[in-house]
Design a protein around this ligand. Structure first.
Ligand code: FES
Length: 583
């Protein structure tokens, strides 16, 4: 190793020195080709090389401004004495990708992990925005276990339609039901499109993207205010600049992602999810992230830690406001301060700015107590995720009580069963469908293997004839996920799923189902011998597209929802060691 790696700032050689620090043929090759980008010789003096992992794509509109954000990160990296190198990974855009972006989360995580390991990267800034981009990038970086920091792209400005605020997704469901019920014309529906998405950024309700950006901040993996600064606010760019400076220091201090993503950090994130009324998708993503970094986190931790956590943030889909309002009210630090003052925060958890979580949030002001409520005046007293078990979900199912109708939280009803999403679409519009408001809609074969990818169809629309009659909610049960922008009394992530002959597969029209959210119970009221008879007759569904390619790999290796739907062979930390050199 040459003296290229012995500068005063950087006394020990970093990982990248194995590429750029040698005076032999390999060193020549690694440096020479990089210099075609106009890099002077002295940037290979042993300084930290910072990867900027970019999910920019014009097909992921939520992340379409990320090349600009990357430039601000680079400013900070240069300023702190690092060498920034931006690289692309597959981008998963929720609004366009079919059959569902979730099918590709694990694939992107592999892309991230292998891109980092294969290249001269000492630390990485992860640019995350649209739903799956956040967990995918964190999972990949966690498996490498190097210094890492997330910069989220920020939410869109509030949607504005006919004098009122409208929220991404949440109002689409409402508008669509209004059209079906004859309350909105198709032209009005079209007019609302441009009003909803009027700036760069991701969905600005507390959907999955905003939830995951909040999880990043709650985990200590992003700088304070990472979650809520609007994408187009100049302070978003200042945060990216600061992140660039800070990742260089994290490399110098050798603070790895596993030192941030501790059990204490995950516990903080679970409680914050309750306080913000966050998406049920966070359950799956955090379980998968914890699996990568080696933290033993389970579905039951979600239920236990979420109990007693009130929802403080009044954001759609549970409440009234939007992410822009949350930022102006004080952002996530103001929310976490309330949790800390009420014994619901692991205060000593380390964050990427080098301070503890409590040091970051203890003095955070709340400028609007309508948007961020006090502990004594919450939106919902119990904001956590309810984990249900019973003979219909032996390995668990989840429900978000804050998005559900209180009168349905204890309910017994007759099952109306849909064998697949296609069967649902065909049958739900049938005017002769034998269904009333007390029925329980059951959707099968939309889980990780059955769909495949576990589609966001769990909040299936109600039968049009009931909508027209003024019914606004019914109990719905499936092995699917639900968009974080959706609402209703919806039981999700039933495990094991129907496609592997979980009990959900055995439900038939007319069976009675009991939901007891306070008792955490989901029961199929059918005798065990009858279930055994049905099980013996069960035939696995034909899974479309699973006979080859990536989908085959996915179906063969994806785990159930209670394990975060990660691939079995991707769980754990594999580090950054490269077994062989290239030349
Ligand atoms: Fe990208 Fe909602 S579609 S965050």
């Amino acid at each position: 190793m040459s003296n290229r790696n012995k500068s005063n700032h950087d006394p020990k050689p970093y990982r990248s020195a194995a590429w750029f620090g040698k005076d032999d043929k390999d060193g020549f090759i690694h440096r020479s080709w990089m210099r075609n980008q106009g890099l002077p010789e002295d940037v290979f003096d042993g300084r930290p090389v910072i990867g900027i992992c970019n999910t920019w794509s014009e097909l992921t509109p939520c992340n379409a401004h990320f090349r600009t954000i990357a430039e601000y990160v680079k400013r900070g990296v240069w300023e702190a004495g690092g060498l920034p190198v931006e690289f692309p990974v597959t981008s998963t855009g929720e609004s366009n990708m079919r059959p569902t972006a979730m099918l590709f989360r694990n694939l992107v995580s592999m892309d991230v992990e292998e891109s980092i390991r294969a290249n001269p990267i000492d630390g990485v800034v992860l640019l995350c925005g649209c739903d799956k981009t956040t967990p995918a990038l964190i999972m990949g970086a966690a498996s490498c276990d190097l210094p890492a920091l997330v910069v989220s792209g920020g939410p869109m400005l509030n949607g504005k339609y006919r004098g009122r605020d409208i929220g991404s997704g949440t109002d689409v469901w409402r508008f669509s039901e209004d059209v079906k019920a004859g309350r909105m014309t198709l032209q009005e529906f079209r007019d609302a499109e441009a009003c909803m998405s009027r700036s760069a950024g991701h969905c600005m309700v507390m959907g999955t993207a905003s939830t995951m950006a909040s999880m990043v901040e709650a985990l200590g993996l992003g700088l304070p205010q990472n979650a809520a600064i609007p994408a187009v606010d100049s302070r978003r760019y200042a945060l990216a600049h600061q992140a660039g400076r800070r990742i260089v220091e994290l490399v110098r201090e050798d603070v790895k992602i596993s030192q941030i993503l501790t059990r204490a950090a995950f516990e903080n994130a679970i409680r914050v999810n309750g306080a913000i009324g966050g998406s049920t998708n966070a359950v799956i993503h955090l379980l998968a992230m914890a699996g990568r970094v080696g933290v033993d986190l389970s579905l039951d931790d979600w239920d236990r830690l979420g109990r007693g956590v009130p929802t403080l943030v009044d954001l759609m889909p549970s409440g009234r406001y939007l992410m822009e309002d949350l930022y102006y009210a004080g952002g996530l630090p103001a929310v976490m301060r309330v949790l800390g003052e009420n014994g619901l925060l692991n205060k000593d958890a380390l964050t990427v700015n080098g301070r503890t979580m409590w040091e970051n949030v203890k003095d955070a002001p709340n400028w609007n107590s309508e948007v961020i409520r006090s502990f004594d005046n919450p939106i919902v007293p119990e904001g956590g995720i309810a984990v249900l078990r019973g003979n219909l979900a032996p390995d668990g199912a989840v429900l978000k009580p804050s998005a559900a109708s209180p009168h349905l939280l204890r309910h017994r009803g007759r099952a109306v069963v849909f064998e697949s999403i296609e069967h649902y679409k065909e049958r739900i519009v049938d005017p002769d469908l034998d269904v009333d408001a007390d029925c329980v809609l059951v959707l099968k074969n939309c889980g990780p293997k059955g769909y495949p990818g576990m589609a966001e169809v769990g909040n299936m629309g109600l039968p049009p004839k009931l909508l027209k009659a003024g019914v606004t909610d019914m109990v719905r049960i499936s092995d699917a996920r639900m968009s974080g922008t959706a609402y209703g009394t919806v039981v999700l992530h039933v495990a094991p799923e129907a496609a592997v002959c979980g009990p959900l597969a055995l439900v038939r029209d007319g069976d009675m189902i009991e939901l007891d959210v306070p008792g955490r119970r989901l029961h199929l009221d059918v005798p065990e011998d009858e279930l055994a008879r049905r099980r013996a007759q069960w035939k696995p569904p034909v899974v479309p597209g699973a006979d080859g390619g990536y989908v085959k790999l996915y179906v063969e290796h994806v785990q159930q929802a209670d394990r975060g739907a990660d691939f079995d062979f991707l769980v754990g930390r594999r580090g950054t060691t490269v077994t062989r050199e290239s030349h």
